[in-house]
Design a protein around this ligand. Structure first.
Ligand code: ADP
Ligand code: MN
Ligand code: MN
Ligand code: MN
Length: 334
């Protein structure tokens, strides 16, 4: 018997959560098209009224499930009973996806202690030392929750996700992983599966994953982002600063369209402090971690051939919607 964990995004707003349930089949050909459609009770996920509650699950991506024997994780799109993409289906908003657009997402998050409702490393009362000592740190007083982070890295690799690295972040209990993929859908699928795996490891340790972009509010602690690094053939081969200026300028008139899909509560995070640009401004610059879009210095050193980093998407953003919007804007610059 083979276990398939069908995974989808619920209808909660402004931030959707992962849901999943297990389907048992006798065998599996190994081909996506042989995975059957399935359904769920949309009235329990804010995706349908009770009177006509069935929503459909359409398998779109799968990996081996590294945490179970004989099992797969199956990312699904949610469709209405009539087969049309559901309004909550961000993946379906990706128009003309092709492998020319490459994405590298830097997913930040906090490991969170559910008993005192604070990040790992925070005492029950008061605060740990101010930030400074935690970024890329080692040692019991600096890095909190490494077992979880290491286990997550291992299962991502075992699942075949294209995880590129991990690091401890600036706040205590805050971490990051990076995933690179060609194509917007593929990149989104990989991030969502990686998030799913992290949630499930968290269960084992009794630690929750806090995806909020500013879980420590206005205090002097960093928020969490999901920097979106992106390129297409144009950016990878430009050899010309003017091309980069033109692409960056295409983002200026559509700031609010981008912010709309860059994650809830981003005004709390994009303050102009803590390595962010103000949510009200638009700026770009070489090596500038206080800009909306950073041009990595390596891109300039390679003679203006490389990629751009949109630093505005936050940790709770839907990578499908982020990638879809970036593609749309870059295409207006061509
Ligand atoms: P930093 O923390 O300095 O912003 P990271 O090393 O954490 O940078 O992340 C850089 C990201 O850029 C990685 O996810 C990587 O996959 C991505 N990246 C590198 N080259 C490209 C490219 N040509 N197109 C898209 N993304 C890229
Ligand atoms: Mn990073
Ligand atoms: Mn980071
Ligand atoms: Mn970054």
């Amino acid at each position: 018997m083979v276990k398939f964990e069908y995974i989808w995004l619920d209808g909660y707003q402004p931030t959707q959560s992962l849901r999943s349930k297990t389907k048992i089949e006798k065998e599996f050909s190994g081909k996506l098209e042989d995975l059957p459609m399935w359904s769920f009770d949309g009235s329990s996920t804010k995706q349908a009224p009770g009177g006509s509650s069935d929503c459909l699950l359409k398998p779109v991506f799968f990996v081996k499930d590294p945490q179970r024997k004989n099992a797969y994780l199956v990312m699904c799109e949610v469709l209405e009973a009539n087969g049309k993409p559901h309004a909550t289906n961000g993946r379906a908003t990706i128009e003309d996806d092709d492998n020319d657009f490459w994405f590298g997402f830097e997913q930040e998050y906090f490991l969170w202690n559910p008993s005192n409702n604070k990040p790992l490393g925070f005492p029950d009362n008061g605060y740990p030392n101010p930030q400074g000592q935690y970024y890329c740190s080692v040692g019991t007083n600096n890095a909190f929750g490494r077992d979880i982070v290491e286990e997550h890295l291992d299962v991502c690799i075992e699942a075949g996700l294209n995880v590129e690295g991990i690091n401890a972040e600036v706040a205590a209990g805050q971490w990051e992983f990076q995933i690179f993929a060609k194509g917007a859908k593929e990149a989104g699928d990989q991030i969502w599966i990686a998030r799913y795996l992290l949630e499930r490891i968290g269960e084992k340790y009794g630690v929750s994953i806090n995806w909020h972009c500013k879980p420590l509010g206005t205090l002097d602690w960093n928020g969490s982002g999901m920097h979106a690094n992106f390129s297409n053939t144009l950016l990878r081969t430009a050899g010309d600063k003017a091309v980069y200026d033109k692409v960056c300028e295409a983002f200026r008139p559509v700031v609010s369209e981008h912010i709309d899909v860059y994650g809830a509560d981003n005004h709390l995070r994009l303050t102009g402090l803590h390595e962010t640009a103000s949510i009200h401004d638009f700026s770009y610059g070489v090596s500038d971690r206080g800009a909306s879009i950073r041009i990595p210095v390596a891109t300039v050193e390679r003679g203006w051939k490389g990629y751009l980093e949109d630093r505005r998407p936050n940790s709770a953003a839907d990578p499908y919607k982020v990638a879809a919007r970036i593609i749309k804007t870059v295409k207006t610059a061509l």
